[in-house]
Design a protein around this ligand. Structure first.
Ligand code: ADP
Ligand code: MG
Length: 284
């Protein structure tokens, strides 16, 4: 049984809004006693009617798992009121990977490989703990500090299993892009660890060229493209400095059949990531 949640959230004072996502608002929060800053995720209980118990269980797991890896945002505290659930995480002040990609246009291949390796190691850790992230995307990858070489942190995981129905509805009806979702999610044939590897393929593609592989005019076309694995390393101007090894890494992660997609451990052994020294010679 998870411990009984605290009911009075007055140990914290909330400040500015840091971001909002699929089902929550995240605010800066000061712990009044210690003066320490956190990121407080506020989830409206209406979104999970009848599933609160499931959520509390999941939170207990998340709390334990999130302490075990340097590149995962730690969950420090949680409490509830009649309407909301509050989760207090490490505060990441360096913003989302999404914004850094947009500001840069794209990443140099070596920098991209270093980021992807770090993310994959953290994903391997989560998977080894029996958890699937299910919503890996650059909006959920945060930098610990504003420094250029800040640690990248995985946020927003663990609760998606509980929120799934609601999230799917929100994603497909309101929130726009299903761009990082694996084919088997649409085909409703599976929802396991391989969905995270697919998402890493999409993220890597995005890092290397500055746009996503399945971006289409509307969601139906985007979904069809994902199911068919229909993407190209084009326009060529954006890919001319990207090695065949990097493209092969993306291709491997974007294997349509989840059973044939590499695991996190296998993806880490891909030549693009296996050696930390650069071996990228742009194609002639
Ligand atoms: P949702 O489940 O609604 O997507 P997230 O946990 O992804 O919620 O949080 C939404 C946004 O809030 C993130 O994309 C990020 O910009 C910001 N955010 C979340 N957690 C933190 C954190 N620990 N530190 C700083 N900002 C955060
Ligand atoms: Mg999110």
């Amino acid at each position: 049984m998870p411990p009984a949640p605290q009911t009075i959230p007055c140990q914290y004072r909330t400040g500015k809004t840091l971001g909002s996502g699929t089902y929550a608002v995240v605010k800066e929060a000061i712990h009044i006693k210690t003066g320490k800053y956190y990121a407080c995720k506020v989830i409206n209980k209406k979104l999970m009617e009848g599933r609160e118990y499931m959520l509390r269980n999941e939170i207990a797991v998340l709390r334990k798992v999130s302490k075990g890896h340097a590149n995962i945002v730690t969950l420090h505290d949680y409490f509830e009121t009649a309407h909301n659930l509050y989760l207090c995480f490490d505060l990441c002040t360096g913003g989302e990977l999404f914004d850094r990609i947009c500001a840069k246009g794209n990443y140099y291949e070596l920098d991209a490989a270093n980021l992807v390796r770090t993310i994959l190691k953290a994903v391997k850790y989560i998977h080894d703990c029996g958890i699937v992230h299910r919503d890996l995307k650059p909006e959920n990858l945060l930098f610990r500090t504003p420094a250029e070489d800040a640690d990248i942190m995985i946020a927003d995981f663990g609760l998606s299993r509980v929120m799934e129905e609601e999230r799917f509805k929100l994603l497909t009806e309101i929130c726009g892009t299903p761009g990082y979702m694996a084919p088997e999610i649409f085909l409703k044939t599976g929802h396991h660890k391989p969905v995270d590897i697919w998402a890493i393929g999409v993220i890597t593609y995005f890092l290397l060229c500055g746009y996503t592989p399945f971006d289409r005019e509307n969601q139906r076309l985007e979904m069809e493209a994902i199911i068919a694995g229909d993407y190209k390393f084009e326009p060529v101007e954006y890919w001319q400095n990207v090695s065949q090894t990097a493209r092969d890494f993306v291709r491997t992660c974007l294997t349509i059949d989840p059973a044939r997609r590499p695991t996190a451990a296998q993806a880490l052994e891909h030549p693009w990531l296996a050696s930390e020294t650069p071996h990228f010679v742009p194609d002639p």
